[in-house]
Design a protein around this ligand. Structure first.
Ligand SMILES: [Fe+2]
Ligand SMILES: [Fe+2]
Length: 385
C-alpha cells in the first residue's frame, strides 16, 4: 500500500503525546483511588491493557452460549409465518421456498404460510373458548415473564465477568427480546382477554429483577426459566403452538448459564451460603407456590393436574439450584417434601377420594423432543426425586 504521507510538526506531536500521557496517568490514578475508597471510579469492568473485559477471555462460555445461540438462532418469519415479523434473510426465504416445493399438497397445506386470519381460524377450530382462555392464562404468565427476562438479563450483563460470559448473556438478552415480542403476537392471536400479572407472578418477577448481583441468576435462570421450560414443554405439542419448541430450546440453554458461569468464576462460600442470601432466594421462590394453586382451573381445562405441573417445576428448579451452589435456608430435598405435603393436604381437602402421591416425581412435559432435552439437563424424573 502506498500512502502520500503529509508532513507533521515533530515538536507539536511530542507535546501532544506527553500531555495525553500525563492526563491518562492522572485520570487512571484518580479513578483507581476512588474505587479503592468505595466511590465510583471506572464504571466499566473493562481492561483496555489486555483488550478484554475484567475476568479474561473465557472462551468456554463464549463457545457454549454465544456461538451455540447463534448456530441455533431462529427467525420468527420462518417459524411463525402468520406473524408480522419480516426477519428472514433472502437465503432463509429461499430455503423456505425450496422446502415447500419438496412437500406433498397435504404437507404444503399444513405448513403453508398461513396468514394471521387463517392462523386465528385454526386456533378457533382446534380449541373451545374455555380452552383458549385456559391456554392464554397459562401462556401469558410466562409472556409477562419474558418481559422481565429481557430486563433481568440486560442487567446481568453488567454483573458477569469476562468477555465470554458477557457474550453469552448478550445472546440471552437478544433471545428474550424475541421471546417477548413473538409470544405476545402468539397470545394475541387467541383473541381472548389477556390477564395482567397475578399477584404471585408480580412478586416473583419483581423479586428477580431487584435481586442483588448474581442472585439474579437464581431468580431468573433457575426459577423463572424452569417455569418457562415447563410451560413450553407442556404446550409445544398442541396444534398451533409448535413454535414453543424453539422457545423451549432457548430456555434450556438459559437454565445452564449459572452453572457454566460458576465453573469459571465460583461464588465465594459467603456468597453461596450466607443466611441473608439463603433467605432472599427462598423469598424469591415462595410466590411460585400460590401460583401453582392459582392456575388449577386453567390446567384442569387442558387436562393437566396443576400439582403435577408444580411438583415437576420444583424438582427441576431445586436440581438447578443445587448444581449451581445456591444454598437455601433448608436443604432442597426437605423443601420439596414440604411442598409435596402441602399439595397433598390441599388435595385431600378439596378432591374426593384423593390418594397421597409424590407430585415431586411427576412430569408434565408432553413434547417428545422437549422431554429428551430435559432428560439431558435433569436426568430421569423417576430417579431424581
Ligand atoms: Fe425467554
Ligand atoms: Fe430465557
Amino acid at each position: 500500500m502506498h500512502f502520500d504521507k503529509l508532513p507533521i510538526n515533530q515538536k507539536a506531536l511530542t507535546v501532544n503525546r506527553e500531555l495525553e500521557r500525563a492526563a491518562n496517568g492522572a485520570i487512571r490514578a484518580y479513578d483507581a483511588l476512588k474505587s479503592k475508597v468505595g466511590l465510583r471510579g471506572r464504571a466499566a469492568a473493562y481492561d483496555d491493557h489486555a483488550y478484554e473485559f475484567v475476568g479474561g477471555a473465557n472462551e468456554t462460555m463464549r463457545k457454549k452460549h454465544y456461538d451455540k445461540s447463534l448456530r441455533l438462532l431462529w427467525k420468527a418469519e420462518a417459524a411463525a409465518p402468520w406473524s408480522s415479523f419480516k426477519d428472514a434473510t433472502d437465503g432463509e426465504k429461499e430455503l423456505m421456498g425450496m422446502a415447500e416445493r419438496g412437500m406433498s399438497a397435504d404437507e404444503k397445506a399444513a405448513r403453508a404460510r398461513i396468514s394471521s386470519a387463517e392462523f386465528r381460524a385454526l386456533l378457533d377450530a382446534e380449541y373451545t373458548l374455555a380452552e383458549k382462555k385456559a391456554i392464554v392464562a397459562i401462556l401469558s404468565a410466562i409472556g409477562h415473564g419474558e418481559a422481565y427476562a429481557w430486563l433481568v438479563s440486560a442487567s446481568t450483563l453488567t454483573d458477569v465477568k469476562s468477555t465470554g460470559a458477557k457474550a453469552a448473556v448478550t445472546m440471552q438478552v437478544v433471545e428474550e427480546a424475541k421471546h417477548f415480542v413473538v409470544l405476545r403476537e402468539l397470545i394475541q392471536a387467541f383473541g381472548v382477554d389477556i390477564p395482567r400479572q397475578s399477584a404471585w407472578e408480580y412478586l416473583m418477577l419483581e423479586g428477580a429483577l431487584k435481586a442483588k448481583g448474581l442472585n439474579k441468576f437464581f431468580g431468573m435462570n433457575v426459577l423463572v426459566e424452569t417455569i418457562a421450560l415447563n410451560i413450553f414443554g407442556l404446550l409445544s405439542d398442541k396444534p398451533g403452538l409448535e413454535i414453543l419448541r424453539l422457545f423451549h430450546l432457548d430456555e434450556s440453554r438459559h437454565t445452564a448459564l449459572p452453572d457454566n458461569y460458576f465453573k469459571e468464576f465460583p461464588m465465594t462460600a459467603w456468597e453461596a451460603k450466607n443466611p441473608a442470601a439463603r433467605m432472599s432466594r427462598l423469598l424469591m421462590a415462595l410466590p411460585a407456590v400460590p401460583l401453582v394453586f392459582f392456575l388449577e382451573a386453567e390446567a384442569a381445562e387442558i387436562g393437566v393436574d396443576v400439582f403435577e405441573f408444580g411438583g415437576s417445576i420444583m424438582r427441576k428448579a431445586f436440581t438447578l439450584a443445587d448444581r449451581a451452589g445456591f444454598a437455601l435456608p433448608i436443604p432442597s430435598k426437605q423443601l420439596l417434601a414440604i411442598f409435596n405435603s402441602a399439595f397433598n393436604a390441599y388435595c385431600s381437602l378439596t378432591r374426593e377420594g384423593h390418594v397421597w402421591r409424590d407430585y415431586a416425581s411427576a412430569e408434565t412435559t408432553r413434547g417428545a423432543a422437549e422431554a429428551a432435552v430435559e432428560r439431558e439437563i435433569f436426568g430421569d424424573p423417576a430417579h431424581a426425586a
